[in-house]
Structures are given as structure tokens and as C-alpha cells.
Ligand binder design. Structure first.
Ligand SMILES: CCCCCCCCCC/C=C\C/C=C/C(=O)SCCNC(=O)CCNC(=O)[C@H](O)C(C)(C)COP(=O)(O)OP(=O)(O)OC[C@H]1O[C@@H](n2cnc3c(N)ncnc32)[C@H](O)[C@@H]1OP(=O)(O)O
Ligand SMILES: Cc1cc2nc3c(=O)[nH]c(=O)nc-3n(C[C@H](O)[C@H](O)[C@H](O)COP(=O)(O)OP(=O)(O)OC[C@H]3O[C@@H](n4cnc5c(N)ncnc54)[C@H](O)[C@@H]3O)c2cc1C
Length: 645
């Protein structure tokens, strides 16, 4: 900021907490903060990583530019001898969906999680050095959610000791895998295993797709890109592929681990949600402090839009959710590490819970984040619709997260199965543990009464927790009782699926709230840091309570009066957060390069930069547009009737 006027300086001076300490809390540790900060600056200062031209590039140029960036990133990783952690941060800050996401994010983890020792020794060194590039080829044209319905077959031929991978139908073409269309040389292909004419369900197979000499597809394999996707630049930096046929090398692992890569990636998606959400919130918050509309008295300045209660009511719950998702993401990472260690010791006992938590939280956080990015666009008024705000592209890149790695509704139905199983086992030897431990107090939760009498009573974490637990337990038990009335449980499950999904959402919201509350029980240094986090936790919880009041009231978990008091408390919390809003988004420590938004600039110098940015549009290369002589002039001169268009 040297020599630059900080238009948000007054806002920063209002902060009542130690922003530098909050940056460490957000990053997770001082080590991660320092590493992230260093790598973010490295990326921001490298001209190859510029991204302000993405909206105007053609698909081919966009894609080639992504290849250039990926190659440059790899070069820098080698030159600077970056660690795995640093390299992954570098790719994060380059901020462009690319085949490398799938290589490092799914292909390598799939081999690590599902391949035998021997296979790992063969493939991992090649993958680590990027001497092969891999992708994750599960989804087909005809089946995505229904993994057991995949049609690709892998038939073992004992004579050649090979598997014949076959796409027997058009709908069995692998369709969607990122990186497959144009870049990947190898894939983990999911196919139905057939030996001796017998089927053994879906397994993963490492398949070479392209020659390592000239990149041409190997004989019998047809590969291409599936076409333009939603948004202009956005996800179109990625090649998503279609392929048929191939040959492969044998794989043999326990059935439960076949889905392991999805559990891993869903866990990373929850942390990613806090990144995408915080980014949108940072843009909307800074711009809301810069933007002024109405309220001028005697020719004085107008009101900053962030001071309107409606703006706060829309924005601050999103800010609170960004922090909430950060902390639940941290916890989920711990849960995943724990389950992985157990699996290595052949202990599968916590896998169902890990599956339910990753599936449910992936669904909850991505749905919320996608909606929140769009809300942030609206919070920025008309300028939010400009590509230079960064929000349209962020939305277009982010929104498929609601679909990939499991459609969000399909995933909530998985949580519902887990919840119903838990309810059905109540009263048996098997006691609910972990995130369902509260079900162990179901008798109390079914009849307890919320004690809130005045608005401030809602600041008690135990009060909030019990209201959320009572709501979820009562919704789950109610739907379980309805299910029990069906002679055929699967028929009942289909019929009641909307109620089941609602119970799952309630359960996942409870997890997020409880993990935020647990975070606040830790030692958190820094003046005012814990206090501010406490306010955000309360905003997150009370806003859900307000938005889902129907659930809380219909289950009798709170009274209408208590619901109204929660809303009063929310308004008071907004006033307390308001002076800290800019500092709370500064704590994300995003560079202007990463934010990619004129509206979210650190210095708040929005208007001159918007004006400057507009002139860079290719349409402004000439004053009189191309096409004037053919189409505008004849129109104006009334010569269209004779014109050849
Ligand atoms: C290091 C840097 C990291 C960076 C990260 C990079 C991320 C990059 C992001 C890039 C962007 C996009 C990539 C996108 C990739 C993809 O989309 S890959 C394809 C993903 N596909 C899906 O997610 C499909 C969704 N469908 C399913 O998961 C299942 O098939 C479904 C469970 C919904 C259907 O199940 P059913 O047929 O009903 O049941 P079945 O399969 O028979 O299961 C029986 C049994 O197994 C339990 N189960 C199910 N899933 C899991 C799991 N994942 N883990 C553990 N256990 C699981 C299920 O609960 C049943 O248990 P039960 O005890 O018998 O009830
Ligand atoms: C950008 C992007 C990247 C991707 N990358 C990859 C990749 O790298 N590798 C890969 O293998 N795949 C990839 N995919 C595919 C992705 O995993 C699937 O699209 C996803 O799992 C959803 O499956 P589907 O498309 O079959 O949806 P469908 O299952 O056809 O869903 C359609 C609708 O049906 C509903 N529905 C489906 N089943 C049920 C049910 N049982 N009960 C109630 N409702 C139901 C859904 O909620 C949805 O509303 C990618 C997809 C996208 C968009």
C-alpha cells in the first residue's frame, strides 16, 4: 500500500480486535499463514499468472493459456524446490481450474488409497514427477450418481493376464472426467469387474489413454472434449472428457475403499467452500463500505450501503458462515485423517460416519456457498454484474460444486440413511457416538423446553446447542416413525425423501454450529479475537434459526416468542460486528490478484479502476464498431431494403 491512498483506512481504524492474530486463526496456524502469504505474493507478482483477461479470451486461447500457466507453475515448483504443501498452495493461488486439479486432487489420491503396494511403486513416482498425467474417470454419459449402474466392463483374460476395458454402449462412454478430454495420458477408470463370466461390482483400473511420445490416443480409444460449459471463461479452462475403450493393469482392494477417493475429495471441498465464500464476502463487504446511496443531509456525504440493516442482514450471516465453514473444514480434515489411520489398521468402524459427514457437509457448504456468491453479486448492485467485479466468474466456476463429487440431494439422502440407521438402533447395545452422540439423549431432547426469556439468553452456547439438537432429533424421530408405517422400507424412503433431506440438513447444520462452539472453547490469543468469533458463531446459528423457524416451531423446540427474541439478538449482533466488518475480511489475507475484483480492491479505490477497466474491453479498441458500415449505417440511412446482409 506504499504511496497509495487507502480509501478504507477509516474502516480499518474502527476494528476492535487484533487482525494479525485473526489471520493466524483463519489460516489454521502461523506456519500455514506465513507459507500462504509468501506463495500468494509470489503468484501475484508473476505476469504469467495474470487472469484479468480470462473473460475475453476464446475457448481455445483460454485453454492454451491454462496449459501455459500449468507448465509455468510446474517449472517454478521445480526451480524453487517447493514442498508438496507449497506447491499445492501455488496451484491454489494461480486460481484457474485445470487438469492439474484432477491429477493431484483425484488421480494421485485414488492410487494412494486404492492401489496395491506394487502398483503404487510403479505409478506414484511417475505421477509425482508428472511424467504421466492422470484423471478420475468414473461418470458416464448415462450414469453419474448411480455408481453401481456404470456400464463400462473390465473383463479379465487369464490367457493374456490382462483386463479388457470395454464401453459396450454409447451411454457407457466416460463423460465429464476433468482433464480427460485433451491432456491426461492415464486415468483411473471405474468399471464392472468380470472374471470367469461372473460380475464383481465396480472397481478402479489404471488405464493408459495416450501415447507418451506423440499424445495420440492408443488404439481402440476415442477421446474428445464434451463442449462449452456454463459461464464464459470460468470452468472452460478445463477439458472435460469423453472416452471409450482401452487396456489396463490389475487392481484388487477391499470394496469399502473403492469410494475412498470421493470421501477424500468431499472433505477438501468443504474447506474450499470457505475459500470461495470468503472471497465473495470480502468483495461484497469492501464494496458495501465504499458504495454510498441516499441519506445525504445538508449536502453531506451519503450513507455507506453497509450501514443499511437490510444489507447487514444479507451480508453478515455470509461472513459468519465463511468462518463457520473454515472451522468445520478443519475438523473434517482431522476426521478424515483419523478414519484413514483406522482403515490402515483394518478398522472400518468409523467409515460410515466419515462418509455421512463428508457427504452431508459437502452438500450443505457448497449449496450455501453457491447461493451466497450470487447474493454477494446482488449486494454489489449493478456493478456486481460486471466481469471485473470477479463475482460472475466466481459463481460460474463454483456452482458445479453442487453437482460434482456427488449431487447435493443424492448426498443428503446418504446422510438420511445414516441418520435413520442411528435412530433405529436407539435403545440397543450400540450407542450413538461422534456427531450423532446427541441422539443418545433422545428422551431428554424429545421433551426439553428452551429456557430463553430475553434476547441475550440466546448468547448462551448451551442454549443454542440444545435448540439445534432438539430440532434435529425430533425431525429425525418423526420421519423414522413415518417410515416405520411402510411395509416396504425402500418404498417409504422414496416417498418420504423430502422430509429425510430436511432432517439431514438440520443434522449437518448442527454439526457446523457445534464445531464452531468447540473451536471457541480452545485457547485463542489476540485482543478481541475470541469475542469477535463468538459474535460470528452466534450470527451463524441464530440466522439459521431465523431462516428455518418453521422446523424449530413445528417440532416445538422453541416458542414463537423465543424465535422473535432470536431475531432481536441478531440485529444487535449486526451492530456489534459492523465496525469490525472490513477487518474481518482483511483477516482472509487475500491479495488483489487472488480476489480478481475491482470492487473488492484492498485500497477501496473502486471508481477510477472500474473506469480504467472498462476501456480495456476489446469492444473499445475502435470508437466506431466493426459492423457499422454493414448494419448500422444502412439502417440509419433507410437503405436496408437493398442491402445484402
Ligand atoms: C490435495 C489437493 C486437493 C484438491 C482437491 C481437488 C478437487 C478437485 C475438484 C475438481 C472438480 C471436480 C472433480 C469432480 C470429480 C467427480 O465428480 S468424480 C465422480 C463423483 N461421483 C459421485 O460422487 C457419485 C455419487 N454417488 C455415490 O457416491 C454413490 O454411488 C451413492 C452412495 C450415492 C449410491 O449408493 P448406493 O448405490 O445406494 O449404495 P452403494 O453404492 O451400494 O453403497 C452401499 C454402502 O456403501 C456406503 N457408501 C456409499 N458411498 C460411500 C463412501 N463414499 N464411502 C464410504 N461408504 C460409502 C453406503 O452408505 C452403503 O453403506 P451401508 O452400510 O450398506 O448402508
Ligand atoms: C464440472 C464438473 C466436473 C466433473 N468432473 C468429474 C470427474 O473428474 N470425474 C468424474 O468421474 N465425474 C465428474 N463429474 C461428474 C459428476 O460427478 C456427476 O455429474 C455427478 O456425480 C452427478 O451425477 P449425474 O450427472 O448423473 O446427475 P443425475 O444423477 O442424473 O442427477 C439429475 C437429477 O436427479 C436427481 N437424482 C438422482 N438420483 C436421485 C435419487 N436417488 N433420489 C432423488 N433424486 C435423485 C438429482 O438430485 C438431480 O436433481 C463432473 C461434473 C461436473 C459438472
Amino acid at each position: 500500500m506504499d504511496g497509495v491512498v487507502d480509501h478504507l483506512a477509516d474502516e480499518r481504524n474502527k476494528a476492535q480486535f487484533d487482525v494479525e492474530e485473526m489471520k493466524i486463526v483463519w489460516a489454521g496456524s502461523r506456519h500455514v499463514f506465513e507459507l500462504s502469504d509468501r506463495i500468494a505474493r509470489l503468484v501475484a507478482s508473476d505476469p504469467v499468472f495474470r487472469k484479468d483477461n480470462r473473460a475475453t479470451l476464446s475457448r481455445k486461447d483460454l485453454f492454451k493459456n491454462t496449459l501455459r500457466k500449468a507448465a509455468h507453475a510446474w517449472k517454478r515448483i521445480i526451480e524453487l524446490r517447493l514442498s508438496e504443501e507449497e506447491a499445492s498452495k501455488l496451484r491454489f493461488y494461480v486460481d484457474e481450474a485445470a487438469f492439474t486439479d484432477l491429477h493431484w486432487g483425484m488421480f494421485v489420491p485414488a492410487i494412494k488409497g486404492q492401489a496395491t503396494e506394487e502398483q503404487q511403486q510403479k505409478w506414484l513416482p511417475l505421477a509425482y514427477k508428472m511424467q504421466i498425467i492422470g484423471c478420475y474417470a468414473q461418470t458416464e454419459l448415462g450414469h453419474g450418481s448411480n455408481v453401481q449402474g456404470l456400464e463400462t466392463t473390465a473383463t479379465f483374460d487369464p490367457q493374456t493376464d490382462e483386463f479388457d476395458i470395454h464401453s459396450p454402449t454409447l451411454t457407457s462412454s466416460k463423460w465429464w472426467p476433468g482433464g480427460l478430454g485433451k491432456v491426461s495420458t492415464h486415468a483411473v477408470v471405474y468399471a464392472r469387474l468380470i472374471t470367469d463370466g461372473q460380475e464383481h461390482g465396480v472397481h478402479g483400473f489404471i488405464v493408459q489413454l495416450r501415447s507418451l511420445d506423440d499424445h495420440l490416443p492408443l488404439p481402440g480409444i476415442t477421446i474428445g472434449d464434451i463442449g462449452m460449459k456454463f459461464g464464459n471463461g470460468a470452468y472452460n479452462t478445463m477439458d472435460n472428457g469423453v472416452t471409450r475403450n482401452g487396456k489396463c493393469v490389475r487392481s484388487n482392494v477391499p470394496r469399502q475403499l473403492i469410494y475412498g477417493t470421493m470421501v477424500f475429495v468431499r472433505q477438501t471441498i468443504v474447506s474450499d467452500a470457505s475459500c470461495a465464500l470468503s472471497r465473495a464476502v470480502c468483495i461484497a463487504t469492501r464494496y458495501s463500505a465504499v458504495r454510498r446511496q441516499f441519506g445525504s443531509q445538508n449536502g453531506g456525504v451519503e450513507t455507506q450501503v453497509i450501514d443499511y440493516k437490510t444489507q447487514q442482514n444479507r451480508l453478515f450471516p455470509l461472513l459468519a458462515a465463511a468462518y463457520a465453514f473454515r472451522f468445520v473444514g478443519e475438523w473434517l480434515k482431522w476426521l478424515y485423517t483419523d478414519v484413514t489411520q483406522r482403515l490402515q489398521a483394518n478398522d472400518f468402524s468409523t467409515l460410515p460416519e466419515a462418509h455421512a459427514c463428508t457427504a452431508g457437509l459437502k452438500s450443505l457448504t457448497t449449496t450455501f456457498t453457491a447461493d451466497a456468491i450470487e447474493e454477494c453479486r446482488k449486494l454489489c448492485g449493478g456493478h456486481g454484474y460486471l466481469c471485473s467485479s470477479g463475482l460472475p466468474e466466481l459463481f460460474a466456476v463454483y456452482v458445479p460444486a453442487c453437482t460434482y463429487e456427488g449431487d447435493n440431494v443424492v448426498l443428503l439422502l446418504q446422510v438420511a440413511r445414516f441418520l435413520m440407521k442411528t435412530v433405529s438402533q436407539l435403545g440397543s447395545e450400540k450407542k450413538p457416538v461422534g456427531t450423532t452422540a446427541y441422539m443418545g439423549r433422545v428422551e431428554h431432547l424429545m421433551q426439553c423446553r428452551c429456557s430463553v426469556q430475553k434476547a441475550e439468553d440466546w448468547l448462551n452456547p448451551n442454549t443454542i446447542l440444545e435448540a439445534f439438537e432438539a430440532r434435529t432429533a425430533r425431525m429425525s424421530v418423526a420421519v423414522a416413525q413415518k417410515l416405520a408405517q411402510f411395509a416396504n422400507p425402500e418404498e417409504g424412503f422414496l416417498e418420504l425423501s423430502p422430509n429425510l433431506v430436511e432432517a439431514s440438513v438440520a443434522h449437518c447444520q448442527l454439526i457446523v454450529v457445534s464445531k464452531f462452539i468447540e473451536k471457541l472453547q480452545q485457547d485463542i490469543p489476540g485482543k478481541g479475537v475470541k469475542e469477535l468469533l463468538g459474535m460470528l458463531c452466534n450470527i451463524y446459528a441464530l440466522n439459521i434459526l431465523h431462516k428455518h423457524l418453521g422446523d424449530f416451531l413445528s417440532t416445538g423446540s422453541i416458542t414463537p416468542k423465543q424465535g422473535s427474541l432470536a431475531n432481536d439478538q441478531l440485529r444487535s449482533l449486526y451492530s456489534q460486528v459492523r465496525p469490525n466488518a472490513i477487518a474481518l475480511v482483511d483477516a482472509f489475507n487475500y491479495t488483489d490478484h487472488y480476489l480478481g475484483s475491482v470492487l473488492g480492491r484492498y485500497d477501496g479505490n473502486v471508481y477510477p479502476k472500474l473506469y480504467e477497466e472498462a476501456w480495456k474491453d476489446p469492444l473499445n479498441d475502435s470508437v466506431v464498431p466493426d459492423g457499422y458500415h454493414e448494419y448500422i449505417r444502412p439502417l440509419l440511412k433507410n437503405q436496408l431494403r437493398n442491402a445484402r446482409l
